[in-house]
Design a protein around this ligand. Structure first.
Ligand code: ADP
Ligand code: ADP
Ligand code: MG
Length: 662
């Protein structure tokens, strides 16, 4: 076994690999970009080495710097994690050339599966069923159009070299084909540097079912059953589970055999995933090969949970040359596991990636396994994938796992950046999801419910927000000066007024100490409230005698309450402070969303008029122009063309309006 390995990755997967290596007595070397000097994976590793500036192409994709770091540290092997260089055959070869073991499949197997079109041809030859379609070399648009007609509409155009759902277009009618082909090719060229495409029959409401395979270097190939990843948004997985609910036993066996055959056909070694698309509407269910991912997959923990394995340990053992001590017959399924991906993104704004500081971060303990690469106080930057954590719940059966997942999500809270937490909680609680009515159209079909705006804050949320600010007990300590209950000598307790702003509306709460709780006046209502709020934010509230649990997170003037899968954010407004708002746009211009500066239209010292365009940023493939909120003189331009900016970052400072007038 290795004594020291380098992990060529960051975030939760780097942390996850480090944990297993440590358990196996293997020393770990982390690498980090300038943006990650304080990151969790750096703190966790035995040793860490800088590899370059924040952009991935200059650091986590910088093969030469990573190999050099491994050599300098005396590591014997490199674990690539997933993403970045994990499926880069050239990187695997560069490792070998430097005498380092690449913890992954042989470069030839990665190349064979690297092109979806070539992989499909190979699989067809190996007797693995493939999605009906055209995956030939002739890329002439007319030929492709003719093939599409032969397949029959609707068809799906896919980038051969694609991934992450990019370069894919559904075409419903022949007249739409040519335009869709052009745009798929354009996207493929800019994303993957390769505009070759293949065409597939587009299956309506299929399921995505993938098989975890594993091969050692001694000719043993096994599978570890399947995962169902049908809950997707724009072809990207949101929820994954194992095993696939309701999969007929015969189909499970056939899929396992097909996956093993696929791995054998390319001389596979290590961890891999064979992705199938399944059409359950055809007699008994049909499945077709889609692609093979030649790496550990993000959703591998659900497989670990139901097979009692540590797949990173398997990877390390296989890479060190050990042979399997288990055969297929030794691998059994136990229970059910569901994983959700918690992202820093804003579902209310088209799932725009969000950046900022995780001022408060509470992840579940006990109810679920949590994989994360961040901790409270860390920043989510625009440089890398905005995943905050994976939450994996296991249970004896699917319903037990689903209930635990709901419980785990109820213990989760994030304050500082927008997340998809509420969206995930709604999926977990959705009746169709609970009944395992799964297919890739689930989110689209259920979006009216899944994305409906949160309900108005209930009194319980308002009361808990108030008690978070007031302190849960009015009479903490006997010392009068320490008391927070408005205690006055020889006078009844004075009411305190709290003003919160929620979703742009002001809410006023009057609080009067009363016994060991508070009497709260909210609008016309008078309520008796008491709570205990633990340091982590877990709160037990009693409201007019009714008890409930929630999570209360506070940072500066913001309080967020998480309950029943929903959350509400309240900003505390000081009623005595001068009206704000004017100041916010006063001399400051900030980025409405994370993006990249593509154009600077002014420089320091320029006089500008109200409404004049100042700077253009590109975000989500769209350009946004920032215009002057008033006349003034540009004092400072804080970014250059090409710079990445975070949401809320001040882009340009205008001078003081009073000074401008003089
Ligand atoms: P990627 O490389 O982006 O993962 P895949 O080929 O694995 O590309 O497809 C991604 C997703 O697109 C699948 O999980 C599935 O939801 C959908 N998809 C792919 N092929 C088809 C098809 N022929 N019909 C319907 N949906 C498909
Ligand atoms: P023990 O029997 O002492 O627990 P094992 O050799 O069975 O030790 O290893 C423990 C774990 O590692 C098991 O999950 C096993 O399936 C897995 N494992 C064993 N040999 C290999 C190997 N060569 N490659 C990957 N994983 C392995
Ligand atoms: Mg895929």
């Amino acid at each position: 076994m290795f004594s020291k390995i380098l992990i060529a990755n960051r975030g939760e997967i780097a942390c996850r690999v480090i944990r297993t290596a440590r358990r196996m007595g293997i020393a770990t070397v982390a690498v980090f970009s300038e943006a990650d000097a304080e990151a969790l994976h750096v703190a966790m590793a035995d040793e860490a080495r800088p590899i370059g500036p924040p952009p991935a192409r200059d650091s986590y994709l910088n093969a030469a710097a990573i190999v050099a770091a491994a050599k300098a540290a005396g590591a014997e092997a490199i674990h690539p994690g997933y993403g970045f260089l994990a499926e880069n055959a050239g990187f695997a070869e560069a490792c070998a050339a430097s005498g380092l073991v690449f913890i992954g499949p042989p470069p030839a197997a990665m190349r064979a599966m690297g092109s979806k079109a070539a992989a499909k041809a190979l699989m067809e030859a190996a007797g693995v069923p493939v999605v009906p379609g055209y995956h030939g070399a002739d890329q002439d648009p007319e030929h492709l159009a003719a093939e599409a007609s032969k397949i029959g509409f609707p068809v799906l155009i896919k980038a051969s070299g694609g991934g992450g759902g990019r370069g894919m277009r559904i075409v419903n009618r022949p007249v739409e084909f040519s335009a869709a082909l052009d745009s798929a090719k354009r996207e493929a060229l800019s994303a993957f540097g390769d505009d070759r495409v293949l065409i597939e029959k587009y299956l309506a409401a299929p399921r995505h079912i993938e098989l975890q395979v594993f091969a050692d270097a001694h000719g043993n190939v096994v599978h570890l059953f399947e995962r169902d990843c049908s809950i997707q948004r724009r072809y990207q997985k949101v929820v994954e589970e194992a095993p696939a609910p309701g999969l007929p036993a015969a189909m499970r066996t056939a899929m396992g055999e097909a996956a093993v055959a696929a791995a054998r056909a390319v001389g596979y070694v290590g961890a891999g995933t064979v992705e199938f698309i399944a059409d359950m509407t055809q007699g008994g269910g049909r499945f077709y090969f889609m692609e093979m991912n030649t790496r550990l997959q993000v959703e591998h923990p659900v497989t670990e949970a139901v097979t009692g394995t540590d797949l990173v340990e398997w990877q390390l053992r296989v890479a060190a040359g050990e042979a399997f001590t288990r055969t297929q017959a030794d691998i059994a399924l136990n229970g059910h596991a569901i994983e959700v991906r918690l992202y820093a993104e804003d579902p209310a704004r088209g799932f725009l990636p969000a950046t900022g500081t995780l001022h408060r971060l509470r992840l579940p303990e006990g109810a679920a396994r949590v994989e994360t690469g961040v901790r409270e106080g860390d920043r989510v930057t625009p440089h890398y994938d905005p995943m905050i954590a994976k939450i994996v719940a296991w249970g004896r059966d699917r319903e037990a796992a689903r209930t635990r997942l709901e419980q785990a999500l109820a213990e989760t809270g994030v304050l500082g950046v927008a997340t998809n937490l509420g969206f995930l909680a709604r999926i977990a609680g959705d009746p169709d999801f609970a009944a395992a009515r799964l297919d890739t159209g689930f989110i689209e079909r259920r979006k009216a419910t899944l994305l409906a705006p949160p309900p108005a804050p209930p009194d319980a949320a308002l009361a808990l927000a108030a008690l978070t600010v007031l302190g849960d007990r009015p009479t903490d300590g006997g010392e009068p000066w320490a008391r927070r209950d408005g205690w006055r000598l020889n006078a009844p307790p004075a009411p305190q007024t709290l003003v919160f702003s929620h979703a742009g509306e002001a809410l006023t709460i009057e609080a009067t100490a009363c016994g060991d709780g508070w009497e709260l006046r909210i609008g016309e209502r008078t309520l008796r409230a008491a709570a205990t709020i633990a340091a982590g934010g877990a709160a037990a509230l009693s409201l007019d005698g009714v008890r409930s649990r929630a999570l209360a997170l506070a940072h500066e003037d913001t309080v967020a309450i998480f309950a029943g899968g929903e959350s509400w954010r309240f900003e505390r407004v000081d009623p005595l402070a001068p009206a704000s708002g004017a100041d916010a746009s006063g001399g400051r211009l900030s980025a409405p969303m994370p993006g990249r500066v593509v154009q600077l239209l002014v420089g320091a010292g320029d006089a500008v008029r109200q409404g004049q365009p100042l700077i253009v940023i590109e975000a989500m493939k769209m350009e946004h122009t920032i215009a002057a909120p008033r006349d003034g003189v540009v004092e400072r331009v804080r970014y250059a063309v090409g710079d990445l900016v975070e949401e809320g970052a001040e882009l340009i400072a205008l001078d003081d309006p009073a000074a401008a007038a003089s």
